[in-house]
Design a binder for this molecule. Sequence first.
Ligand code: GUN
Length: 295
Amino acid sequence: MTARLLDGKALAADLRAEAAADAAAFLAEAGRAPGLGVILAGDDPASRSYVTAKEKACAEAGIVSREILLPGDAARAQLLDAVAALNAEDAIDGILVQLPLPDPSMEDEVIAAMDPDKDVDGFHPVNAGRLVLGLPAFVPCTPAGIVEMLRRAGVELQGAEVVVVGRSRIVGRPLSILLSQKGADATVTVCHTRTRGLAEHTRRADILVAAAGRPGTITADMVKPGAVVIDVGVNRIPDATRPRGYRLAGDVDFGGAREVASAITPVPGGVGPLTIAMLLKNTVAAARRRRAARP
Ligand code: GUN
């Protein structure tokens, strides 16, 4: 059996069109477009290209984006000042601090400084806590996109055995919470670098999510026949034959796994495009919430 491809690009186009329609409706009601403030520190090429892609997507959806570019050696106070300026600005509904920061030890403090009502990445402790408690929250964009993809592809979640490989704050952990909460009702196992017998876990999965950030983490023999495989990995593999000098590979051995799975996401073109689409949706939602909360 060759697996059905789960086309993230096509789904992202639908989601982006929905966000654009919502942004246009907001503009008509509020007299201004939703606004996203983006903080980028340093010149890491991957972060630069993600931020450029996010800003382009905002423009296409009718969301105004404002970039604050800081040097790679920006002091803590500079980062906190940038967050404070975006918190204070009425026309900014969402704030995105591109991670990783050049000094990752500053990330917790910078994220905590954000207004939780503008935290469209869902990284602030208030939103993480609300998610765990099952309260309305901004949900990190990649996990939110994965749930949207599973639902729209008609994948049964209730009672499904889900194995998530990776426990990052951005993907693995929030996804495990989303899928185990009421309404999704999956049974979720989180595996990580210290998990013993990884393949024994992954072979039980009806839905296998690879979010380890390491190519080759999941090989065909680790996939249960008929499983749905979601590959979150975006690994740059040096490749002199490519114009950019690298190619993208996921965490899954795609060629092998697609012969065992019933459905699988490609890399690129699977989960990646959903992250930006959900960011647009979260930004319009933030604009709406802030307007509704106005006295
Ligand atoms: N770095 C990798 N993924 C993300 C993301 O979803 N949001 C932000 N802000 N930084 C990231």
